[in-house]
Structure formats: C-alpha cells, structure tokens
Design a protein around this ligand. Structure first.
Ligand code: SAM
Ligand code: SF4
Ligand code: F3S
Length: 375
C-alpha cells in the first residue's frame, strides 16, 4: 500500500501556495493524498504567525494529534511555516509535543525531502535564517482553475504591527524570465483560466533585480502571452501603487478589474505609528485615480482596529474612510500584539473588549454598505 500524506494549511495565499510545493515534494517521494489526517502516514502543519488566534489554533491542533500518534506510532508529524520560523515558537513546539518529528522554518521547506528521510535517525529541528529563491521544485496545484504564481518573497516594509518581515525575510524578486516561463508552462496545460501573482508588496516587484524590472512591465509581458486567461495579483501597498500600474490594469483586457488595497486605518496619526508611509489623503487620491480610470473596479481592503493608543475619534476616521470609499469588501482585524514587533511594546494597548466592539461596528457598517450598494 502507498503511504499517504495530509497537509493542514493556515494563513495567507502564499502559505496555500507553499503547501502546493510541499504536496509536490510528498508525491515525488511516493506519497499519495489522504482524505483525512487520521488516514495519513505523514501529517504536515504549515503554520501562520500573523495573529495570535492563528498560532493558538496550531498549538491546539498539533496537540490533538497525541492520541493518533499513540495509536499509529509510525505516523510522521511535521510542523513548518511562519510560526516555527520564530526560534522560540519552534523550541516550544519541539519541547511541548515530543510526538512531533520535524520542526522547520519557512526557509527549510525546499529541503523537506531531506527531513522526511532523516526522521529514521531521530527528531529533526532546523530553522535557517535565510534562503535563496527555490526555482527547482514544482507545485501540485490545488486551487481549481486558478494558478498561484509567486513573483517575490519577503517584505521590507516593517509595518510596526506585522511579523511577516521577521519570518519571511527581506524582499527578493524572481527573475522575469523565470516567472514568464512558469506561466507559459501553466497555460500550456490548458487547465487554468486565472493566474494570481503573489507577493507581500507586489508593487515593489523587480526593484532588487539587475537591471530593475517594473511591476507594470511584468504585467504587460504576462498579458502578451498567448492564451485565454485572466490575470490578478495581491497584495498592493498604497505607498508603491504607481500610475503606470493603474493605467496597465485599465488598458489590459486580461487583467481583472479587482484591486485589494489595504488601508489599515483611516487616521493619519495611527498610519504614522503603523509606519505605513502614506496619509489618508494620499490613499484617497489613489482610490480616486482608480475610480476615474477603471470605473468598474472592485476595491477591497484590510483594516486593523485597536492599534495601541487608538482613540474613539481615531477609530471614527476608519469608519468614515469606509463610508467614503464604499469598498466592495473589507477584512477587519483586531490588533494582535506579535512578539518582537515595535507595536507589541507600545504603551496604550487597547482592551480586547474595546477592540471587539470596534471590529463589530466596522463589520456592521460594511454590511450596511453592501446592502445599500446591491440595491
Ligand atoms: N502585505 C500585505 C499588506 O501589506 O497589506 C498583507 C500582510 S498580512 C499577511 C494581511 C493582513 O493582516 C494585513 O493587511 C493586516 O491588516 C493584518 N495584520 C497583520 N499583522 C496584524 C496584527 N499584528 N494584528 C492584526 N492584524 C494584522
Ligand atoms: Fe506586513 Fe506591512 Fe509587509 Fe504587509 S507591507 S507584509 S503588513 S510589514
Ligand atoms: Fe502569510 Fe501568515 Fe506567514 S499571513 S506570510 S502565513 S504569517
């Protein structure tokens, strides 16, 4: 009988895509996909560290495997991803759960096969501090007609609330040639109707390449590829979203008229404390440009409530931003202090109850706008 694997993925689309790489590695090793974790000989948790809730779920779900491991001691359990990239969390998982066989970080994933093979010699834990872009491993695509394509890794922005730069390292762009070749390969399979480009800050794509390549050039070159497909991307940072990118979205038929543009807050003092490096006014000027050039654009956003020291009036500015933009969808989050980030050490942390009330108010406003705009 063939050995089976099962992957549990937390977090963003990048992690979903990374799990597609892990799946390809497992299948190359001869494993087949299990329907449920209880049937698997290899269970992998690909973790997220962006908010406390995501990390708590990892601990709960890994802990729950103790019984399964007792019943099937041969099962290999691996924990990887953004949570375990943090040395303390990796150590905690390794110590708390002696039945976990492999603990690795985000930069170790390309060597996954090595860790699986090494388990027969004992438990494995390794957290590399950085790594090169992996152009070697293929993906086992799992998102229907959509194919994810990473164009860059890491983030240089250090928004004061965010753990991502600490667990994903500095920005590194893939070469345009490698991206185009990957997409040509995807299109030649004739299964995929949509290509979604991934990066924490896609608008700064190519700045680190020699010679530099602009994001709008990359978009145009992808659109010039033959085939019946739609193109989209995430995530844009308002400080780097240039006019030429907006013009390219407007002019290229293959690009979906959807833009996810995280605002995080509608208040300038909070935006400054968040180190977002734009103002409410600048953000709104971009929205106006998008609306002028792409009248049917669907605009969505991410917002954080209860950032340290956020007053009631400052929260009202976020509500008024939502009223002004009338988004097609919002993702609202309660600020979650992440150890090691600047904001987690700030004075003036906000009570959970206040955060909950603010997030509900924001979501209710969103519901009301959706209802009105659908009329
Ligand atoms: N790079 C993207 C950006 O700049 O918007 C996405 C980063 S993160 C994976 C997705 C969203 O999680 C962010 O836009 C932010 O709203 C939210 N987020 C990040 N850190 C957070 C924290 N400490 N507490 C609450 N929400 C957070
Ligand atoms: Fe985090 Fe900011 Fe980078 Fe997005 S741009 S990943 S929110 S640090
Ligand atoms: Fe994504 Fe979570 Fe890591 S949002 S980059 S999986 S911390």
């Amino acid at each position: 009988m063939r050995m089976k694997y099962f992957i549990v993925t937390y977090g963003c689309q990048m992690n979903v895509h990374e799990s597609e790489k892990i799946a390809a590695i497992c299948e190359k090793m001869g494993y087949t996909l299990a329907d449920k974790r209880e049937d698997a000989d290899l269970i992998i948790f690909n973790t997220c560290a962006v908010r406390e809730g995501a990390e708590d779920r990892v601990f709960g779900n890994v802990g729950a495997l103790k019984k399964l491991k007792k019943q099937k001691p041969g099962t290999i359990i691996a924990v990887c991803g953004c949570s375990t990239q943090k040395e303390e969390t990796a150590q905690k998982i390794y110590k708390t759960f002696p039945f976990v066989d492999i603990v690795i970080g985000t930069f170790n994933v390309s060597n996954f096969e090595h860790y699986i093979n090494a388990v027969k010699y004992g438990r494995q834990m390794e957290i590399l501090k950085e790594g090169e872009i992996d152009e070697v491993h293929p993906y086992k695509r799992t998102s229907g007609e959509n194919a994810w394509v990473n164009i860059m890794y890491g983030c240089n922005n250090f928004c004061t609330y965010c753990i991502v730069p600490y667990v994903r390292g500095r920005e590194k762009s893939r070469s345009e040639e490698n991206i185009l070749n990957e997409i040509k390969g995807i299109l030649s399979e004739k299964k995929y109707k949509k290509i979604t480009l991934l990066g924490q800050n896609v608008n700064s794509y190519g700045k680190d390449l020699t010679p530099p390549v602009s994001f709008s050039k990359l978009l145009k070159d992808i659109c010039a590829l033959e085939g019946d497909f739609k193109l989209t991307f995430m995530t844009s940072h308002p400080k780097d979203l240039t006019d030429d990118v907006i013009d390219t979205i407007a002019s290229e038929d293959k690009i979906l008229k959807e833009i996810h543009l995280p605002a995080q807050s509608g208040n300038n003092r909070i935006l400054k404390l968040m180190n977002r490096r734009y103002t409410r006014e600048h953000y709104l000027s971009i929205i106006n440009k998008i609306r002028a050039k792409i009248p049917d654009a669907k605009i969505t956003t991410d917002l954080i409530v209860g950032f340290p020291t956020e007053t009631e009036e400052e929260f009202q500015d976020t509500l008024s931003l939502v009223k002004e933009v009338r988004y097609n969808g919002i993702f609202a989050f309660m600020f979650s202090p992440r150890e090691g980030t600047v904001a987690s050490k700030m004075d003036g942390q906000i009570d959970e109850e206040v955060k909950r009330r603010r997030v509900n108010e924001l979501l209710n406003l969103e519901k009301q706008i959706q209802k009105e705009d659908k009329k």
